[in-house]
Ligand binder design. Structure first.
Ligand code: ADP
Ligand code: MG
Length: 697
């Protein structure tokens, strides 16, 4: 009965049949906020946690440490050093510390009055005036009688349309209370036989612990504490993904495609017009793709290849033969930046063969967009590039024969595969990813897909030289960059984007820009970050490509696929904050030309795990090896590793950490399908709801 209430509320209708008004009101509220029911709320898990259950004495706080302090305000003043900033000096009897704000309001300055009490939460840094917290979260109190501290770790959630992390936490609390009191219910969808020791945990227990870990779980014990709950949810999530792949695969096999005829001489002319010879691996993978394309069952192939292994040409070959068969080829990539880059490459390679290259992007004028959509709807044989906007409902491709999805790890496979789920005649699909996954894991995870690997880099690549530098050696670094740039080199300067509880970012980029301008006034420095309009971003990248900019300061945006062979130096500022795979992918942006590339990792205070990460990067450039080592050195605080390191789009499962669970998936699928068929759809809905719905749009 209760289940029915919840199920129907997912579809937007509100039912109060069981008389629980509180529950109905709560669900109505979720509905108003645009959250699609209880599961949509509860299965969006925290990104990480902050510990506000205890105070750290200022005197005991070390650089790199994050936590809450309680103190009195001694002095608040505005300084120009050289930028306008607000400094608030506080003390707690064990020592003093500065709070530093670059962005602030006058009201804020007035509130930080001498003698007032304050609680501040942030990460301690070594500043010019001693230890400091930059832009901490804080609260000012008028008397010494401060409210009690929290009794649970504070979850940090990804911001969703207009709903802050704090608000989400409040909603989750209400939902958990309603579940505990029985006013709302959730069905446990994990079949009993799958609950072995490591995964045995009641669903509500698991959710409660994941969303609101008790203080006993703090810091060093967090991962141990959460292990059984996490494992249980991870198994469920992996199962849901595998089930949806299976479903798609079954539909795929039952459908028909457009068998593509390939004319060897014509193809040869194209291949010989490329600026270089294809590698053996590229040729082998092309043979695999070609065989699929010629069949009347649609292709469903995953191509894995490390950054720089040369995947783009396979997309171009696929597009070439499609258009020669009078078909339309869609190429999808995760960012407009990447689309822009692909447009240039595809035009260079394909236009001489009279193949129209089009792109659907956000700064087309209304008229341009209408004209393009008309061309497409009339079935013009062409290759069209775009982000997921390609699959908006007003875009029609009557002749769509092939789809290539680039840098898939940003999306999640299942989500994208669904997009092609229109009509009986289905396009061939090629999914390209740079996430290195050991072969055995890939076999379990992508059981339904055919797989290819590009396991050879184009010739002449000289391995990138990787150097790690402590912050204190910044002046030396600046000198080195200065002489490199004056010698004609171009540099990427990447600042990791760190989402804090308020979801802010971009400040690090501005600070770095400022610092570079000051140290190297004669160089041309550009900046891109997520808040810049797409057009502005593309202009800056184009300038960089043309050599008009010496140093490009960026957030991790550049991680995805940007190929600028002339930029041969990569600085990662704050390398200790990134995961191994993400560092590896960033580094893959350089060393693409004929000269040896350099990767300079600038680090602040290091945890032992961060130290190990930097060591590995200095020693190897092999993506698969790095992926393996990544698993071994995850620290206790690094719970959801793959997500942080730019891995696949899972909410809780972690391919490396959960490889034992992954091995159980094929069997688990059979069990669910044979004995619990009624759970199949709800499981997929629970973990992939958003993308499944999207797919149907
Ligand atoms: P990926 O998308 O796999 O990261 P790209 O397709 O962007 O890699 O290729 C990386 C760089 O290597 C590009 O500059 C590309 O032109 C070049 N490249 C690709 N294949 C070859 C090859 N066979 N020989 C020489 N250079 C190549
Ligand atoms: Mg690429």
């Amino acid at each position: 009965m209760l289940t029915d209430t919840i199920q129907s509320s997912r579809r937007g209708s509100r039912s109060t049949t069981d008389g629980s008004r509180g529950a109905a009101a709560f669900l109505a509220k979720l509905d108003r906020l645009g959250i699609d029911g209880l599961e949509d709320l509860l299965f969006a898990l925290p990104l990480r946690y902050e510990d506000e259950t205890r105070l750290i004495p200022i005197g005991a706080m070390t650089p790199g440490q994050t936590g809450m302090i309680q103190a009195t305000i001694e002095l608040t003043e505005i300084r120009y050093a050289p930028r306008r900033q607000l400094i608030c000096r506080i003390a707690d009897g064990t020592g003093f510390l500065n709070l530093r704000f670059f962005h602030f309001h006058e009201i804020q300055r007035q509130a930080l009055q001498r003698g007032k009490w304050i609680r501040a939460f942030g990460t301690c840094r070594e500043g010019p005036l001693g230890h400091e917290l930059i832009h901490p979260r804080y609260q000012v109190f008028h008397s010494e009688r401060l409210p009690p501290l929290r009794d649970r770790l504070t979850p940090v959630y990804a911001k969703r349309d207009g709903i802050s992390s704090k608000r989400t936490a409040g909603l989750v609390d209400s939902a958990l209370a309603l579940l505990r009191s029985g006013q709302l219910a959730l069905v446990d969808r994990l079949p009993r036989p799958l609950m072995t020791d490591s995964t045995r945990s009641d669903l509500i227990d698991a959710l409660e612990n994941i969303h609101r870990p008790p203080p006993e779980a703090s810091a060093e014990h967090l991962s141990e504490w959460l292990a059984p709950f996490r494992q249980r949810l991870a198994l469920e999530e992996l199962l849901a993904h595998a089930l949806s792949l299976q479903k798609i695969r079954n539909e795929w096999i039952a459908s028909r495609s457009y068998p593509i005829r390939i004319e060897p001489d014509d193809l040869n002319r194209f291949v010989t017009s490329l600026p270089w010879q294809m590698t053996h691996a590229q040729i082998r993978v092309w043979q695999e793709i070609k065989r699929d394309l010629e069949r009347s069952i649609p292709m469903l192939r995953l191509l894995q290849g490390d950054v720089g292994s040369g995947k783009t040409v396979l997309a171009a070959l696929t597009a070439f033969v499609t258009i020669r068969n009078q078909g339309q080829a869609a190429v999808m990539a995760p960012t407009e930046l990447l689309i822009h880059q692909h447009v240039q490459t595809f035009t260079r390679w394909l236009a001489p063969h009279n193949i129209p290259v089009r792109s659907l992007h956000s700064h087309l004028t209304r008229k341009e967009r209408r004209e393009l959509l008309e061309e497409l709807a009339h079935g013009l044989p062409c290759v069209v590039l775009g982000t997921q906007s390609l699959f908006q409902s007003d875009v029609e491709f009557p002749n769509l024969m092939t789809i290539v999805i680039d840098e898939q790890h940003r999306f999640g496979v299942a989500q994208r595969l669904n997009l092609a789920d229109k009509g009986i005649q289905r396009p061939h699909q090629l999914i390209m990813t740079a996430t290195p996954i050991p072969r055995t894991l890939a076999m379990s995870l992508y059981a339904g897909l055919d797989q290819s690997r590009l396991d050879e880099l184009p010739p002449g690549r000289i391995p990138v030289v990787t150097v790690a530098l402590p912050e204190s050696r910044r002046p030396e670094l600046m000198d080195r960059l200065g002489s490199l740039c004056r010698g004609g080199q171009q540099v990427f300067w990447v600042c990791p984007r760190v989402e804090d509880a308020e979801g802010s970012s971009g400040r690090a980029v501005e600070t770095a820009l400022h610092e570079l301008h000051r140290a190297l006034p004669d160089l041309r420095i550009g900046m891109i970050h997520g808040r810049l309009a797409t057009e502005a971003r593309q202009r800056i990248v184009a300038d960089f490509q043309e050599g008009q900019i010496d140093i490009l300061v960026a957030t991790t945006i550049v991680e995805v696929g940007v190929d600028i062979p002339r930029a041969n130096v990569m600085v990662i500022d704050g390398a200790e904050r990134l995961g191994l795979l993400q560092l590896h992918q960033l580094r893959g942006r350089v060393g693409r030309g004929t000269q040896s590339g350099q990767c300079l990792l600038v680090y602040g205070p290091l945890s032992p795990e961060a130290q190990a990460r930097l060591d590995i990067l200095r020693k190897t450039t092999d993506g698969f090896l790095i992926a393996e080592r990544d698993l071994e050195i995850r620290g206790p605080g690094e719970l959801w590793g793959t997500r942080q390191s730019g891995g696949l789009a899972f909410r809780i499962a972690d391919l490396y950490r959960d490889r034992a669970l992954l091995a159980r998936i094929p069997q688990a699928i059979r069990l669910v399908q044979e004995q619990y068929p009624e759970s199949v759809e709800p499981l997929m809905q629970r973990w992939l709801g958003e993308s499944l719905r999207y797919g149907q749009a």
